[in-house]
Design a protein around this ligand. Sequence first.
Ligand SMILES: [Zn+2]
Length: 65
Amino acid sequence: MENKCSCSFCGNLTFGGLRIHGELICPACEGRLAQLQIEDEDYKDWLGHLRSMWLKWMKPEHPGF
Ligand SMILES: [Zn+2]
């Protein structure tokens, strides 16, 4: 049985969703990301979320990111 987890982006509790390196992306956020455009007002917010996730995934032994 699958546990309910909170989305790494919106914080909503969700079943399933997309899992990347232990982070969970709910279907709503996944769909939003897929349609994200550079000219969108909230583009930078989403980019900031993604960036913080990327930084978490970066291994210390690869400092030359
Ligand atoms: Zn979400």
